[in-house]
Design a protein around this ligand. Structure first.
Ligand code: 2AL
Length: 246
């Protein structure tokens, strides 16, 4: 099976790290690659970033369909463009927030999300609500590091570790959900340090897609997630015009 991890931001180093984390859990029969967004922001930490990441994500999904990809991971914690990506793909498309929250819900009565900047808390809360995970989500906390600083700030590991420790303490939670794909490589360290399960959505979503494909399950093409109706797109979005399917 072919799984493609789409990094909704354009940063190559982060895409490489995401690919390492996804490969580390993929099964031997899985061919996995990761692609950076071909057009969009260097990192996603605002609604503006998120909205403008979506055209490139959809271009990556269309390319994946042409390449014969069976299923996709959307590796940004805002799960940007998830519904539209599902309309375009024949196979499963899983966001890292939805995979991480669902996985954490199997591990205890409540989890804490630890994300990047305070301004992303609203989106994470909206997603918890959308996925029916509010019942498990005890709190959403931040380390106040911008996404790309997770890779470049020499104190990043320490800062995220302390934010996770404080989150578990404050919420009395049973598990941590990492609120950014840029935290994926910290997962094992955090688990050892904090002593509770720590869920990285990149790994969780990769295995969710792999499980669905192993079960022979694809996206339902009935109703809402059927291919979108073709129509002209103009201006900057002209290239996104879909041809009628024959
Ligand atoms: C993210 C993420 O996972 N990738 C990115 O660019 N921004 N999430 C976040 N909460 O900042």
């Amino acid at each position: 099976m072919r799984i493609r991890v789409v990094n909704p931001n354009t940063t190559r180093a982060m895409t490489d790290a995401i690919e390492r984390c996804a490969r580390a859990v993929a099964g031997p029969g899985t061919v996995l690659d990761a692609v950076a967004n071909p057009t969009g922001p260097a990192s996603i930490e605002s609604h503006y970033d998120e909205a403008l990441s979506v055209p490139g994500i959809l271009a990556a999904i269309r390319q994946g369909e042409a390449d014969g990809v069976d299923g996709y991971v959307l590796a940004c914690f805002g799960d940007p463009g998830l519904d539209a990506a599902r309309e375009l793909a024949a196979g499963p498309v899983i966001g890292i927030a939805e995979a991480a929250m669902h996985t954490a819900s199997h591990l205890g009565r409540g989890f804490s999300v630890v994300t990047t900047l305070g301004r992303t808390i609203g989106r994470a809360g909206d997603l918890a609500e959308r996925y029916g995970m509010q019942r498990f989500c005890r709190g959403i906390h931040t380390c106040e590091l911008p996404v790309l600083a997770l890779d470049t700030d020499p104190d990043a590991r320490k800062i995220v570790t302390e934010a996770c420790r404080a989150a578990v303490e404050a919420d009395g939670s049973d598990a941590i959900v990492l609120g950014c794909a840029g935290m994926a490589e910290l997962c094992a360290h955090l688990r050892d340090e904090i002593g509770v399960p720590v869920v990285d959505g990149v790994a969780a979503a990769t295995l969710t897609v792999q499980s669905l494909l192993t079960l022979g399950l694809r996206k339902s093409g009935r109703g809402e997630y059927a291919p979108p109706p073709p129509k002209p797109y103009t201006g900057l979005l002209h290239a996104f015009t879909l041809e009628p399917q024959r």
